[in-house]
Design a protein around this ligand. Sequence first.
Ligand SMILES: *Cc1c(COP(=O)(O)O)cnc(C)c1O
Length: 388
Amino acid sequence: MDFSQIKSIEDQHSVGVYSKRPIAIVLGKGARLFDAEGKAYIDCVGGQGAANLGHANPRIAAAIAAQAERLIGLPEMFYNDVRANLMDRLCGLTGMERVFLSNSGTEANEAALKFSKVLTGRNRIVATMRGFHGRSMGSLSATWEKKYREPFEPLVPGFSHVPYDDTDALDQAITDQTAAFIVEIVQGEGGIRPASASYLSAAQKICNERGALLIVDEVQSGMGRTGRWYAYQHYGLQPDILTSAKSLGGGIPFGATLLRGGLEKIPPAVHGSTFGGNPLACAASLAAIDFIEEENLLEKAAENGAWFLNALREIDSPLIREVRGLGLMIGVELKQKTAPYIAQLAERGILVLTAGMTVLRFLPPLVIERRDLETVAENVREVLRGSI
Ligand SMILES: *Cc1c(COP(=O)(O)O)cnc(C)c1O
């Protein structure tokens, strides 16, 4: 099928919730994507954060194939060897103690919110302005963006939003009624905004003092994206609950909600998921973890991220308001809408995300080579300086 055939069929049958770009991607390899006409792109969309391991990673493909021939699905009413290994690895990487497995970021957060209510016996949740936590009704109630929320109101009661990175506002919002404060270490959808270290340690302290749980949402910033397994590890924080998804399954759907030691267990039957800890996703996730370790992707993300951030900061263009980031999670905030620049970059064979209307967002697979980042930086410079 060529592009126009693919497009017309999808346009006919899709419910319409996605505004799609005029490109049909049919193949991937590492940090490259290929369209139906065979044109190659350097991928800085990175599956919106789900492709940290690179496309069609042979190591992960082999693990999925091998596990698929052994056992694909198994509800958590039975124990399983692969799941046991994965739980142990995840807790080893994070220092957390217990894991609930699911299939997506919104589910990981949904579980975190429910667990925080069960564990504290309280029912208020504090979230942040510009925060994004997913689109199911509970996680959506913690999400800030009006256009995602308004069509579905009334949402779950008891949620409030405070300005991000504002310690005083948080201090006023967290009370003895608060079950949890949910926060991203680096806001992703909200425009690639890293929190300050002082804010995060204050949040930890305020939550501890008032018996509220600190839920750290690392659905986007996790699995090596920022140069550590999880971004909170840059700051010496101890989340009470940590959520992970996107790249957790090496590219296939997976989510995890991790609880620190010292918290009570969650009572049986209070929550669950049919596909939750399925061996297929667990095997893919284990292969992803092995690959990140063997290829030193944490160091690579830190080094390439620092280089790329600096290269983007060196672009001298009146269009740029600010360049922000941590590791390979980078945003270039413009003084105008990103759409025309994203289209120009795609013409030049570079795929870039947006965050809101004005932030160019870069989430390349962590396997991306420096020379590809050089190409991206050079092309961003050219389109933002209008020199073609
Ligand atoms: C993408 C994202 C989610 C939602 O994940 P889905 O898998 O799309 O449900 C939640 N939190 C953050 C920080 C995200 O970036």
